[in-house]
Design a protein around this ligand. Sequence first.
Ligand code: UTP
Length: 415
Amino acid sequence: MNYREAYEKLDKIGQTQILRYYDTLSAEEQQALLTQIDETDFSVIDYISQGEHGAEKGVISPLECMELPEIEAHKDEFTAIGLDAIAHSRVGAVLLAGGMGTRLGSDNPKGMYNIGLTHEVFIFQRLIENTMDVIRAANAAAGRDDIWIPFYIMTSEKNNDATIAFFEEKDYFGYNKDFVHFFKQDMAPATDRNGKVYLESKSRIATSPNGNAGWFKSLVNAGLLDGVHEQGIEYLNIFAVDNVLQRIADPAFVGACIERDVEVGAKVVAKAAPDEAIGVMCLEDGRPSIVEYYEMTDEIMHAKNDKGEPAYRFGVILNYLFKVSALEDILSKSLPMHVVEKKIPCLDENGELIKPDKPNGYKFEQLVLDMIHQLASCLPYEVVREKEFAPIKNKTGIDSVESARELCKLNGIEL
Ligand code: UTP
């Protein structure tokens, strides 16, 4: 794309401010900016006029959850099925680590955050250690020592190099690196509140990762699907980077999903309070879905089921087990776009880089929870909150480094 073509593309959509510093750039920088303009899909910006959170919800009704007593009663059976699947390499793990972690406010990838007090305990390390627990159990059950769980890590253009360098430096925290695969997710432009695309430097459009729903498409685009098939992986367990108590490829959960033959299983916790900021599992127009906390109506919040219990009392914790064949079926389907207010580092009017301390514009994200709605069947699977849910979103307060440290202590994890 040359300058004239770039100008025309931007002029049509009212975004020529992107070329504001073009004349001051070196030939190389000019070319880089033109290439980025050529490759960027600006159509996401149109979603701003459709409101903050994407499409309207359909008719919501309760979705039955497999609760703790039922799980306990079948624990041995589910665990055996799950360990056997892991031993036969039918299960892979996918760590979603492409997010920017802006609330935590560290320049490094979130997984590099050290939550240790007396010694280093990095978030990535906690996740690897949790996976190793399962690998040890699978080897013990099979009387082997060569079982590993293929471990995929989704990064973004912004944090990929730092993430890989960190794993290399830490020798993968003892994981077999032959089983670790990195791939990058796609990016989307970020805008101010009027929908004008920001610059992050004079020669670069401000971009941010396009949400965690892009994970399967990005895995496929990275050429990793062949390997998934070759290894015989039938289930992929995706999980958020920031829950340091996350149980990965949990054999009982895997076993329950296989036994129930669902397209997706979702780990859920009982909500702490009706208005807790957590998405709840439900049916929407008869298909599995999630009502996000900001979509919650009073009616949904206080609805009761036949037993007189809150009808929507189980919240998702971003730990899902997807059937690969189901993911392939929905690969070409489009998902709603979420327009999210965020803090976006950008150039100010004087061309100086600023790092705002409050939201200054919009990012565009597709969310993994919307993938659930594309699938025919889902098993919400209850887990004990204090044992499996310690998200780190902020430095202090709710869902923070502080609260996660307390929960780690409660679970006997030395920090
Ligand atoms: P969050 O929604 O908490 O977003 O991500 P975030 O970007 O990490 O944090 P903030 O909002 O900027 O503070 C939930 C999970 O989804 C991943 C994150 O890495 C985290 O594991 N994620 C999020 C992606 O992999 N890609 C994205 O584009 C967004």
